[in-house]
Design a protein around this ligand. Structure first.
Ligand code: ZN
Length: 176
């Protein structure tokens, strides 16, 4: 069956600012969504993708630190239950904000908890790139977008590009 990968929702679509709904039942819809999200993430060269980024306001994220589908994992209702005091800087990008990058400061390590597609609960401490991706994607589930965490210089630098995205979104709306 030939299907097109899920389209990525771009800023300033309001779904990106909503708090996503808990997933209470793991049914075919959730399993299909997970599969389509992995496909979309890999196809768009991402290393993480959250439900709202494909227009689905539910608490699901897919992660692949290598960007390869065989390394992709699916996490339902992920939450941060603990985090390190030490914070680190890292330059982030986001599929919902094409061509925008900026430094975001986040805890170096976090303890995360989530369910997998079989409904089993996992908990573990992660650091480095993986901790970075989880924090960025969990922010998406809470309606928080990374540009709000930029420092003043990166905010200024992103301004023109954000304006372009706003114009593109408005143009798309007037065609509907
Ligand atoms: Zn993102």
């Amino acid at each position: 069956m030939l299907t097109r990968p899920l389209a990525i929702v771009h800023y300033p679509d309001p779904v990106l600012r909503q708090r996503a709904e808990e997933i209470r039942e793991i049914d075919d819809e959730v399993r299909d969504l997970a599969e389509s999200m992995v496909e979309a993430m890999v196809c768009h060269d991402g290393i993480g993708l959250a439900g709202p980024q494909v227009g689905v306001s539910r608490r699901i994220i897919v992660v692949s630190p290598t960007g390869q589908s065989e390394d992709a994992t699916v996490h339902l209702n992920p939450r941060i239950v603990d985090s390190g005091k030490e914070e680190v800087e890292f330059e982030e990008g986001c599929l919902s904000f094409p061509e925008i990058r900026g430094i975001v400061i986040r805890p170096e390590w976090v303890t995360v908890e989530f369910e997998d597609l079989e409904g089993r609960t996992f908990s573990g401490e992660i650091d480095g790139l993986l901790a970075r991706v989880f924090q960025h994607e969990i922010d998406h589930l809470d309606g928080i977008v990374f540009v709000t965490k930029f420092g003043p210089v990166d905010k200024l630098r992103a301004r023109r590009r954000l304006k372009k995205l706003e114009e593109a979104y408005a143009a798309q709306g007037s065609r509907r």
